[in-house]
Design a protein around this ligand. Structure first.
Ligand code: F6R
Length: 245
């Protein structure tokens, strides 16, 4: 994995948006994206909204699958990833609402396995993922595939790492209020995408970025499984690239 290091966040945003635009310029009927939440992709979502509003970028062919959602989590809760996605992207673009897929954090625990298999089936029926955007957690997770995740894991219920819950504590006004579980696409699901872009910005990501780039693929740092994907791009700013040898 050879990262691309950008001087400014704006350049990263433009590089990602160019990739999405290239897909939109293809003749494909549907463009199937895997999408993250969190602070890292906010600039990308903001730019897509701007392009739609100011330059009439047509996003009606997008089909989206979010990577993850807390469990349990009511989608109406402002802390849900559903709320996040509508607030930052879906409420402002011309995506067909029936093409939006976000794991349901209120699904009954007794039917969760079937529900997760159904999520995988929906991805398949949409034609498979064309592009997955990823952030990276300080635990080494992509989606919510925490340390210990297998490279061939699929959409499932997972236990969140302590580091992840601590990093989310601010948004929940205390770590004790952060859900302990989540539904996430698996590593295998992510690796099935034709193209993957992992974004990491800021000094707080420098250590995990070093491990991602310099360590062999292992379950200790699930993001390292990206090494086996032939069409993965790692976009960094100079801060997140600061520890690379
Ligand atoms: C969120 C997700 C996570 C985040 C990661 C980084 O949907 O899939 O893997 O991408 O935790 O979060 P930020 O961008 O807030 O640093």
């Amino acid at each position: 994995l050879k990262p691309t290091i950008f001087q400014t966040d704006e350049e990263i945003v433009q590089a990602v948006v160019q990739k999405i635009k290239a897909l939109l310029e293809s003749k494909k009927e549907k463009i199937v994206l895997g999408l993250p939440t969190g602070s890292t992709p906010l600039g990308v979502y903001q730019e897509l909204v701007r392009l739609h509003k100011e330059e009439n970028l047509d996003l009606s062919r997008l089909v989206t699958f979010n990577l993850d959602e807390y469990f349990p989590m009511d989608s109406k809760n402002p802390q849900s990833y559903t709320s996040y996605m509508f607030k930052h992207l879906f409420d402002h673009i011309n995506i067909d609402k029936k093409n939006i897929h976000i794991p349901n954090g209120m699904i009954g625990e007794d039917v969760i396995n079937e529900y997760c298999q159904e999520y995988e089936k929906q991805i398949e029926e949409a034609g498979g993922l064309d592009l997955v955007l990823l952030g990276i957690g300080r635990s080494g997770h992509i989606g919510f595939n925490e340390p210990g995740s297998f490279f061939d894991s699929r959409t499932r219920l997972v236990v969140l790492d302590e580091t992840t819950r601590r990093d989310a504590a601010g948004g929940f006004f205390g770590i004790e209020k952060v859900p302990k579980l989540a539904i996430t696409m698996g590593i295998g699901t992510i690796l099935s995408s034709k193209e993957i872009i992992l974004l990491a910005t800021g000094e707080h990501k420098a250590l995990i970025v070093k491990q991602l780039i310099e360590e062999k693929a292992s379950r200790k740092i699930p993001a390292t499984f990206l090494h086996s994907h032939p069409n993965t791009h790692i976009f960094l700013d100079s801060s997140s690239a600061g520890e690379l040898s």
